[in-house]
Design a binder for this molecule. Sequence first.
Ligand SMILES: Cc1ncc(COP(=O)(O)O)c(C=O)c1O
Length: 359
Amino acid sequence: MSDGTRNSTAVRPRRAIERMAPYRPPTGGRTELLRLDFNENTVGCSPKVTAFFQDGFPMGQLPSYPEYAAARTELARFFEVSEDEMVLTNGTDEAIQVVVNTYLDANQECLLMRPSYAMYRFYAEVAGASIYELDFNPDTLAFPLEQMLETISRNTRLVMLANPNNPTGGGITRSAIERILDRATHAMVLIDEAYYEFSGVTAMPLLKEYPNLLVSRTFSKVYGLAGLRVGCLFTQAANAAFLRKGQSPYSVNAVGAAAARVAVQDQDFITRYVTEVLAARELTEVGLDKLHVPYFASDGNFLLMQFGERAQRVVAGMRDKGILVRDRSHEIPGAVRVTIGTREQMTRFLTALREVLAQ
Ligand SMILES: Cc1ncc(COP(=O)(O)O)c(C=O)c1O
C-alpha cells in the first residue's frame, strides 16, 4: 500500500552550491529607518527621475519586452564610450555574474581581495572556481599592490577589485591599476567603480589600451536607484560581444532602463549630493575623533569604524534608535561600516552613537 509519498530521492544540487555559505542580506524592514547600512543614497533619487515616474513613464511600454536602443545610445554618450563597448546590466551584481560566466570555468583561478564586496566570491563560488584571496594590511587596511603583482600568475583567469573597496573604503590609483593590468596579461581584470562619483578615480581612460580590462558602474549608489537594479559594464567591443552572448537578453527591465536615461541628465543633483556627503564624511570624522572612535580613511560614501568588543552592542543599540549600520566584525574584528548620508543625518548618527557608547 502507498503511504502517499513518492518513491524518489531528493536531487542534490551541484557540489559548488552545497559547499557555499549562504549570503542573505536583509530584504525587508529597512525603509522606515535611517539606512546607514548599505551605502545607498540616503535622500533618494533626482527629482527629475521622480517627476518622470509621476508624469511621464510611458505605460504602453509595460506589455512588451524591454527595448534598449534609446538607453544604450544615451548612456554610451554620457559615459563617452561607443555602444558596442557597453553592456547594460541588472546592477553590478549581474555584471559580476556575466563576467564570471563568460571567463571563469570550474577550477580556474580567480583572485580577490579580502574583505571586499561579497558578490565576487559568491559568483566565483557558484562557478566552482579556485578562489585566491589577498588580505589588506591588517593594521592600516592598505592595498598590498606588490603582493598582488607577485600573486598574479599565468593561471590567473580573473581578478575582481572594487575601487574604492567596500567595506574598507580605501582606493587604488590609476597607475596601480595599470601595473595590475600589465602583469595580468592572461587574465581579465574587473574594476568595480560603484563609488566612483565619491572618489573621482576611474580606470575608464585605460579601456582603449587594455583588452583585459572591464569597468563597472552602478545606478544603485549616488544615483539613488538601488531598487531598480541598473548598472553598466564597459570593455573593448570584442569582449562586450562575448559578455552579451552569455547574458539574458532582457535582464534589465524597461522601467530601470528608462530611469537610468533620465538620471544621467541631472548631473547637478549628483554633484550636489557628492558635495554634501563629502562634507558629512568630514563632520563624521571630527565627531568620531571626539568620541575616540578609530576609523579608516575612506574614498567612498561610508566609513569603517573600529569599536572593538563593543561592535555588536553598537549595531544593536543604534538599531534601537532607528539607525541601521552594518556589522563587519566577522571580517575585521570590531569593525562596523556606516554609510555617510547628509550632515543632518550624520549629526543624528553621532548624537545616537554618543548615547549608545555611554550606556
Ligand atoms: C563594491 C560594490 N560593488 C557593487 C555593489 C552593488 O551594486 P549593484 O546594486 O549595482 O548590484 C556594491 C553594493 O554594496 C558594492 O559595494
